[in-house]
Design a protein around this ligand. Structure first.
Ligand code: AMP
Ligand code: ZN
Length: 121
């Protein structure tokens, strides 16, 4: 999709710091990291969110998780632990509607799931 930021990264039109890739996935550093390690794993194919990936091809969803584990090992955070997150929809804060798995680690992470302020309130 021409107007999709992550499709443009896949195409090489927008630069990214790529840390891992497979035939069907790409991993690059988040431009605004929320933890010492913050990498995004995406399918090269445009699919809007994790559920769409699972519906299109469950193996591809597993490949994203496996790539996340490989990145965690390469970053040296597999033993200390890490968090895998798929934001889905507005309340989650999803801003890019091309599925992406956040890999967060390298520090003790705060608790999650606390309610915040809804958009527009
Ligand atoms: P989400 O809020 O779950 O949709 O996550 C989108 C993520 O993409 C955010 O954490 C952004 O910091 C990140 N992001 C936005 N633009 C870029 C970019 N050009 N390169 C790398 N990460 C980006
Ligand atoms: Zn896309």
């Amino acid at each position: 999709m021409a107007d999709c930021l992550f499709c443009r990264i896949v195409a090489g039109d927008i630069p990214a710091t790529v840390v891992h890739q497979t035939a069907r996935t790409l991993a690059f550093r988040d431009i605004s990291p929320g933890a010492p390690t913050h990498v995004l794993i995406i399918p090269r194919e445009h699919l809007t969110d994790a559920a769409a990936v699972a519906a299109a091809d469950p193996t591809l969803l597993a490949e994203l998780v496996t790539a996340g584990a490989s990145v965690a090992a390469a970053e040296g955070i597999d033993a200390s632990g890490y968090r895998l997150v798929f934001n889905t929809g507005p309340d989650s804060g999803q801003t890019v509607f091309h599925a992406h798995l956040h890999v967060l680690g390298g520090a003790q992470l705060g608790h999650f799931g606390q309610p915040g302020v809804r958009h527009g309130e």
